[in-house]
Write a protein that binds this ligand. Structure first.
Ligand code: NAG
Ligand code: NAG
Ligand code: NAG
Ligand code: NAG
Length: 483
């Protein structure tokens, strides 16, 4: 088909490639749906591995978007190899997985994008890809596409990575005798303690594959035509304003499933157990929800202290415990007798629909690894957080939750966690609801910001409009297309 024939089709067509990790795929799927409902054609690309695990968990077939397509959205779906066999244990061999994404995946992406561009009836306008990929600028350029970078973490994290050169220059990163005093020269960040930066910025060996990915990705993102971030203007105003002054940065969060608790598209990698009937029998705000997310590992020592802390606390709880929470080589890490001892006041599940659990009135607290999706969801449900960050952005997210917003408490202040402290902190968190709830006012403010972001005149709605208009204008001058 020639270009002039293609020009009769006026919808922007985006190829969307999420990072192949659960926490990245979830907001990507829901952003894809949002864009499709705004008139985009989307070709969504998952890795074979993510696709295989998702469809196995939900017994569905070839196409995770099948159900939503009936509602008239034009979302096409395809899958690609990330360079490793589907059965490879990516979580256990994290570095090999990351190395494959760094060195091999781009060749598969390039081939697939070339094929889609060639075979699509409609001109492909842009490549939407996770900021952590190292190749989007180059591949977009090769096929004449605009590059839209999708950032699934807070703006604060983005800006810290984006300004790595300043951290180096000032001796806060990648040098001998790294400075320990607060960082106060990042535009839009008043001050941040080096201990609250991302785990990768606190390591002395900066030659790991993850460091290479971060360095390359944040070089590449300078070539992005647009950056979309799953945050909300009102919750990180200074940081976002500083970024907006510098680049086409758009805060368009929170990206949730349209019904929040019910997603038309299955995104979880494990099948979900339903504990709502059990929760229905519990008093309001009385149950602690515990999850360390989809990927991070907890050491056996910490896991045992947390379990024993739960035992001491007497609290009722739902614990989502992936089989590989410690390691896929240690599938039953709980202390002997623990499950029996707490059987009358707990549900221990492999996985659940987190939004549904957090939204349940019985939930009164969330012991979390501080993943960004979990924090946004917790704000939405006004559930205070007990923070146990494990790696990457989670330390920095903890700072936002505990130090800046004051909607949660630290579990351990980075010291070794003990069962006594776990029990005390759990009870402190859960007692917040009774008596004088210290989190209430801030939750009302943050929830309102999230809610208002997507209503008329809301900041995310406006930012999304301005992104779409900007994309259309740029596509017109860039590719000579009328969109
Ligand atoms: C998928 O199928 C298996 C076996 O037939 C069944 O045990 C499981 O509950 C199903 N899962 C879902 C999400 O439907
Ligand atoms: C838990 O229950 C036991 C037995 O009733 C009691 O001795 C203990 O003080 C309780 N612990 C807390 C933290 O409430
Ligand atoms: C929480 O822990 C961090 C270290 O991770 C510490 O800097 C901060 O002061 C602690 N905050 C509170 C309120 O205890
Ligand atoms: C949106 O803002 C404009 C300009 O401030 C105002 O005229 C309009 O009434 C607002 N619309 C809604 C629905 O609030």
């Amino acid at each position: 088909m020639t270009n002039s024939e293609k020009q009769h089709h006026q919808k922007p067509h985006a190829i969307f490639i999420p990072y192949p990790l659960q926490g990245h795929v979830i907001p990507a799927v829901h952003l894809a749906i949002k864009l499709a409902s705004q008139g985009f054609i989307i070709t969504f690309i998952n890795t074979h591995s993510i696709h295989h695990q998702t469809s196995k968990a939900h017994n569905n077939s070839d196409d995770i978007f099948a159900a939503i397509r009936d509602s008239g959205l034009d979302i096409r779906y395809t899958t690609l190899s990330d360079g490793l066999p589907v059965g490879f244990d990516r979580s256990l061999y994290h570095d090999q997985f990351m190395a494959s994404l760094l060195h091999v995946f781009s060749a598969h992406v390039e081939e697939a994008v070339g094929k889609i561009v060639k075979e699509s009836k409609e001109t492909v306008t842009c490549l939407i890809a996770d900021t952590f990929f190292v190749w989007p600028s180059a591949i977009a350029k090769k096929f004449g596409l605009l590059y839209v970078s999708f950032w699934t973490e807070p703006a604060l994290i983005f800006t810290l990575y984006y300004h790595l050169h300043l951290l180096r220059m000032n001796g806060h990163f990648a040098c001998q005798d790294v400075r320990e005093d607060p960082i106060d020269y990042i535009p839009g960040v008043k001050t941040i303690d080096p201990k609250d930066t991302m785990s990768y910025l606190q390591e002395s060996d900066t030659s790991s594959v993850c460091h290479q990915i971060i360095f390359s990705a944040f070089r590449d993102v300078r070539g992005a035509d647009f950056v979309l971030c799953n945050t909300v203007q009102e919750i990180e105003p200074e940081t976002i304003a500083a970024l907006e002054a510098k680049m086409p940065f758009y805060a368009i969060g929170p990206i949730f499933p349209s019904g929040f608790t019910k997603s038309a598209v299955a995104t979880s990698l494990w099948s979900e157990s339903d504990c709502t009937q059990w929760l229905d029998t519990k008093p309001e705000g009385s149950v602690l929800y515990i999850s360390f997310g989809s990927y991070a590992h907890v050491t056996k020592r910490d896991l045992v202290e947390i379990a024993n802390g739960l035992l001491l606390s007497n609290v009722t709880f739902v614990w989502v415990l992936r089989p590989d929470i410690v390691s896929s080589e240690d599938v039953d890490p709980l202390p002997v007798g623990f499950k029996e001892a707490v059987s009358d006041r707990s549900m221990i599940l492999t996985w659940c629909c987190q939004n549904q659990v957090l939204a349940h009135p019985a939930i009164g607290g969330f012991l979390t690894h501080c993943g960004w999706n979990s924090i946004l969801e917790s704000i939405w449900c006004k559930v205070p957080l007990l923070c146990f960050p494990l790696y990457t952005d989670q330390f920095t997210n903890r700072k936002l939750v505990v130090d800046d917003w004051k909607i949660g408490i630290n579990l351990s202040d980075r010291k070794v966690v003990t069962k006594k402290e776990v029990s005390e902190k759990i009870n402190r968190l859960m007692n917040g609801k009774s008596g004088n709830d210290p989190y209430r006012t801030k939750f009302i403010e943050l929830k309102k910001a999230l809610e208002n972001a997507w209503v008329a005149n809301g900041t995310s709605l406006k930012n999304m409009d301005s992104f779409i208009n900007g994309l259309k204008a740029k596509a017109q001058t860039h590719c000579g297309l009328v969109l």
